[in-house]
Ligand binder design. Structure first.
Ligand code: HEC
Length: 254
């Protein structure tokens, strides 16, 4: 039957296309109205279902409240009342992640894991194996020859930390991305310099259009306590050229 073929292909196409339209999804955005449809619920105070609130069946309210309290407990590694955080640590509290629109819900829009150092939930200690602790004089001496380790407490004032290592210029491309171009003016960022294991701050500022070697750029000045680094961006704020005037360094994107 030669004529049967096109018809069956057409009906197959119809079957394939139709569910596609039926399943098309749209994002309804943030849900409006009372949290979980319960007038008294707040972001930090979820309410049980009406039957549980009425303690029906008996014990269900206690079960809910017990679980809610455990869900909000802050866990520590050791020496506290809720010990148990280990090397697979991802957070210290169930409700730290399950917080939207109220405790027990889903994750917040900004991942809370990125704030654990800034909020003092976790800290970093680096020790060099086989080395002995530095003496106070060695800590002060930048030219010390003997390997020794010192403990460095890394704490930052903002949840975003820019990693800017010595002599790794492409990392500066992140700064114009973090910079608030609608505000402009000098803006301060927390930075970590891994090779020196030093936390610090830098100031970045858009300085308007800049010409260099006959090319036009958007100028962007970065100042650390002891160094000025000039970035030259294209109109989309991509890093095209970097200059360290004091070191007479030019890094140019081809
Ligand atoms: C680091 C963030 C984070 C922490 C902390 C966390 N969760 Fe979750 N949880 C999630 C994410 C993300 C999902 C969704 C995972 C998926 O669907 O693949 C999830 C899913 C769940 C689910 C399944 C929910 C469903 O509707 O299917 C339960 C139950 C749950 N978590 C309980 C807990 C409990 C209990 C704790 C504390 C011991 C906890 N979570 C801590 C992020 C977290």
């Amino acid at each position: 039957m030669k004529t049967g073929r096109p018809a069956s292909i057409l009906s197959l196409l119809a079957i394939l296309l139709f569910p596609g339209t039926a399943l098309a999804q749209t994002d309804p955005g943030v849900r409006t109205g009372a949290i979980n449809g319960q007038a008294g619920a707040t972001p930090t105070n979820p309410l049980p279902l009406a039957s549980v609130a009425a303690n029906s069946p008996t014990g269900s309210l206690e079960f809910f409240q017990n679980g809610l309290a455990r869900f909000e407990e802050v866990e520590v590694v050791s020496g506290g009342s809720n010990n148990g955080l280990g090397p697979r640590f991802n957070f210290n509290q169930c409700s730290g992640c399950h917080s939207q629109p109220t405790i027990g819900g889903t994750s917040p829009p900004a991942n809370p894991e990125f704030t654990v150092i800034a909020n003092g939930i976790a800290s970093v200690t680096v020790e060099m194996e086989g080395a002995r602790p530095c003496t106070p004089d060695e800590i002060k001496d930048p030219n010390r020859k003997q390997p020794c380790f010192f403990e460095q407490n890394l704490s930052f004032e903002s949840p975003h930390i820019v990693v800017l290592d010595n002599n790794l210029y492409h990392q500066y491309a992140v700064l114009p991305r973090l910079y608030d171009w609608s505000k402009r003016g000098p803006q301060t960022f927390s930075v970590l310099i891994p090779q020196e294991l030093m936390p610090g701050t830098i100031t970045a500022e858009a300085i308007g259009s800049a010409k260099l070697d006959g090319k036009s750029y958007e100028g962007f000045r970065v100042n650390t306590t002891d160094l000025e680094v000039d970035l030259y961006l294209d109109s989309a704020h991509r890093l095209m050229r970097l200059e360290v005037p004091a070191a007479k360094v030019s890094v140019i994107r081809d």
